[in-house]
Ligand binder design. Structure first.
Ligand code: ATP
Ligand code: MG
Length: 335
């Protein structure tokens, strides 16, 4: 991306349909969640609920020229989204933050490092067995440029898909040369060759070699924390792993962002957990929590992010706010 204009999907970007934002093709037909027409930051909210599944449309991959509304980081940020706890919102946060940053005019790449391939699904890219992606990068020396494909989401958003083959990579990497550095090498090469602002690495719920590769490749860690009981359990293990990686493999790694997810304002416990997280990570925790929202959980089954699925829902607005907060913090960072 950046230097190249790839059209791997074979879809012409000249068709009249593509002049319109895809989300405007949808009609509203569902009950609304609490909504607002503008974000707290003043940017307009976009879109209506998606009625049609992505499958019902031609896959429309394009790169719109969005006016940049979010500031660019001084250096490309490579963000590993990690928490060995399952189901805390790693993938949901990866795809929606990535989409929000791309919608803000930034250039974004998502590398799906989880054999479940959930990020690939949510970003609407093919990840059938046999599709080239993260496995080929890790084990066959493929370059990211060769396997990245554009997401049909709005803006400059590219994806390295994960197939189920990646499940074997965890074992195959054990005996591979430079096994912890493979993703790092590929990402360094990609960042040097392409104009990109953010690279997101979505990890599986474990601290195995896939997550280790992502931690070694990253500049920043983003930890999503579900606002529920046990939320902080296991975090000390994650912090230990991060410190080992910092000490031995990636001195530049820093805990950049903690994101509160699935926050239910009516739930007292959620407030307690949020307060505790903010006490532990006062600098890192974003002001904006992500609410528990049916729209957020429905979106992936349409192969969409919540921004495209229902741009005016509370979940979409929260992810856009959180992305704006991240971008403004990162724009001020020099390291
Ligand atoms: P895994 O560890 O399996 O990779 P994960 O940490 O990536 O999981 P997700 O897949 O993002 O977690 O989310 C787990 C489930 O919770 C999914 O069904 C998702 O749709 C749902 N979910 C995530 N965030 C929210 C939210 N804010 N509101 C409602 N549901 C949510
Ligand atoms: Mg996941």
């Amino acid at each position: 991306m950046g230097k190249k204009s790839k059209k791997k999907d074979g879809v012409s970007r000249e068709t009249p349909e593509m002049d319109k934002p895809r989300r405007l093709m949808y009609e509203t037909d569902e009950e609304p969640e609490p909504r607002a027409d503008t974000l707290a930051s003043g940017a307009p909210a976009l879109g209506s609920p998606a009625k049609n599944q992505r499958d019902g449309h031609e896959a429309v991959s394009r790169e719109t020229q969005l006016a940049p509304t979010l500031p660019r980081p001084k250096r490309p940020r490579v963000i590993v989204v990690a928490n060995q706890k399952g189901g805390v919102g790693k993938t949901t946060s990866t795809v929606n933050l990535a989409a929000a940053l791309a919608l803000g005019g930034l250039k974004v790449l998502v590398i799906d490092a989880d054999p479940q391939g959930n990020a690939s699904t949510a970003l609407g890219v093919d990840h059938e067995p046999g599709t080239e992606g993260t496995y080929e990068v890790l084990l066959e020396g493929a370059s990211i440029d060769d396997v990245a494909v554009p997401s049909p989401e709005e803006g400059h958003l590219w994806v390295v898909p994960a197939t189920i083959d990646l499940a074997g990579a965890e074992i195959e990497l054990v005996s591979a040369m430079g096994r912890e550095q493979r993703l790092n090498k590929a990402v360094r090469h990609y960042v040097a060759e392409n104009e990109v602002d953010y690279v997101f690495l979505d990890c599986p719920p474990s601290l195995g070699l896939l997550t280790l590769n992502a931690l070694v490749a990253a500049t920043d860690i983003l930890v999503p924390i579900q606002c529920e009981y046990y939320a902080l359990e296991g975090l000390s293990q994650l912090m230990k792993t991060i410190n080992i990686v910092k000490g031995e493999l990636n001195a530049n790694l820093r805990l950049g962002t903690v994101l509160l997810t699935m926050f239910d304002t009516r739930n007292k416990l959620a407030h307690q957990v949020a307060a505790e997280v903010r006490q532990h990570f006062p600098e890192e925790t974003l002001t904006t929590p992500i609410p528990r929202s049916v729209r957020i959980s429905e979106a992936p089954s349409y192969g969409l992010t919540v921004l495209s699925y229902d741009g005016r829902s509370a979940g979409s607005l929260a992810y856009r706010e959180a992305a704006a907060e991240m971008a403004s913090r990162d724009a001020g960072r020099t390291e």
